[in-house]
Design a protein around this ligand. Structure first.
Ligand SMILES: *Cc1c(COP(=O)(O)O)cnc(C)c1O
Length: 360
């Protein structure tokens, strides 16, 4: 199988092997040790500030998004949310459901966040800022230096969704003063789905202490107490956590988060250079390393191309949903993918186009 989707992605042989094992009982010192090592490695790779802590939730990335909103924001907040695609829309929906007062910076799909989008909120008493660092639905990477500049000046509590940005683009929680960073197991972590995690800075821990969410399963107070000894309140996706352990150790051994980021950048550049001349154009103004989103030229249908590549070549590229379904598709640069895999993909794309597949 060759999978260029943006999650789940291709896992390494080592991670796959862990996935093939029986699942052990987990209320043990051995499993606690695994969890505490996972925490330590994540803190390191995220450049978390001193005193930051990690919790692992059983649930996909959206569970961590919801947990962040419920446990660190309240009706006393006045939040700003960036909505430039379906994951920004998800944050906005969560703020609505949990009745957090907020305003939305609505960006056209694929467009960058600029100073002029933030200026109207400067010095206006806002308290929190939510952003998907890589808005995976369009492949746009937002400018976190710019966000951090405004956030620091205004004291905004920043919630950064790095589900597809962690380990693919540089992320420095301390430098950017981020309060919550969150990610999931099936994107650049390249494990089975099922686990999401939150890295919580001191500012987040203080908020969690103060706020009582009307929810048992996603209550981070309980999760934090349990995590002091490397445990979780409820049975976690043990198998996925063991895969994450193998993967984090592998990253550590291979040169750390920076090396992962370099690899994603290299894969993205390689693929982007190889498709010159094909009837596609880059869709995102400032593309993330984790994903290339491509708009098909006149006469082509992105969804039909996705189907043709799946049916005739057994390769998964990533279709888009909603308004972009027929015009945009995505190619991931996360997980265990190499130059030779992109060679196979580009040959398949060329062959498909020659056969007239993917025409409107
Ligand atoms: C994948 C993703 C999520 C979470 O999606 P799940 O399907 O819940 O794992 C959240 N934010 C971004 C930016 C993502 O790419």
């Amino acid at each position: 199988m060759l999978n260029f989707c943006v999650g789940p992605v291709m896992s390494s042989a080592e991670v796959l092997e862990v996935g093939g094992q029986q699942i052990p009982y987990f209320r043990t010192p051995e499993f606690s040790k695994v969890m505490l090592e996972n925490e330590k490695l994540v803190l390191n790779f995220a450049h978390a500030p001193k005193d930051a802590r990690v919790v692992f939730l059983t649930g996909s990335g959206s569970a961590a998004m919801e947990a962040a909103v419920m446990n660190t924001l309240s009706q006393e907040d006045k939040a700003i949310v960036v909505n430039g695609g379906s994951f920004g829309a998800r944050f906005e929906k969560l703020l609505e459901i949990h009745k957090i007062p907020h305003d939305t910076i609505r960006l056209e799909a694929g467009h960058a966040l600029r100073r002029e989008h933030l200026e109207p909120y400067d010095g206006k008493g806002y308290t929190a800022f939510l952003i998907n660092v890589d808005e995976t639905s369009t492949g746009i990477l937002y400018d976190m230096d710019l966000v951090a500049e405004f956030a620091k000046r205004n004291g905004w509590f920043v919630i950064a969704d790095t589900v597809s940005a962690f380990l693919t683009d540089p992320f420095d929680m301390e430098k950017w003063g981020v309060g919550v960073m969150l990610t999931g197991s099936q994107k650049a972590l390249a494990c089975a789905p099922g686990i999401s995690l939150l890295v919580l800075a001191k500012s987040a821990l203080e908020r969690i202490d103060r706020i009582d969410p009307a929810c048992m399963y996603l209550n981070l107070k309980d999760a934090l107490v349990n995590m002091e000894r490397g445990q979780t309140p409820f049975t976690p996706a043990v198998g996925t956590l063991l895969q994450i352990h193998a993967r984090l150790k592998q990253i550590e051994r291979d040169g750390g988060a920076e090396e992962e980021v370099r690899k994603a950048a290299r894969m993205a550049a390689y693929f982007r250079s190889k498709i010159a001349g094909l009837p596609f154009e880059t869709f995102a103004e400032t593309p993330a390393n984790g994903v290339t989103s491509l708009r098909v030229k006149e006469g082509y249908d992105a969804y039909k191309l996705f189907e043709a590549i799946k049916d005739h070549y057994g390769i998964w590229i990533c279709p888009n949903g909603g308004a972009l379904k027929n015009t945009v598709f995505r190619i991931g640069h996360m997980g265990d993918l190499h130059e030779k895999d992109y060679d196979v993909l580009v040959d398949a794309l060329k062959d498909a186009l020659e056969h007239g597949y993917g025409k409107e």
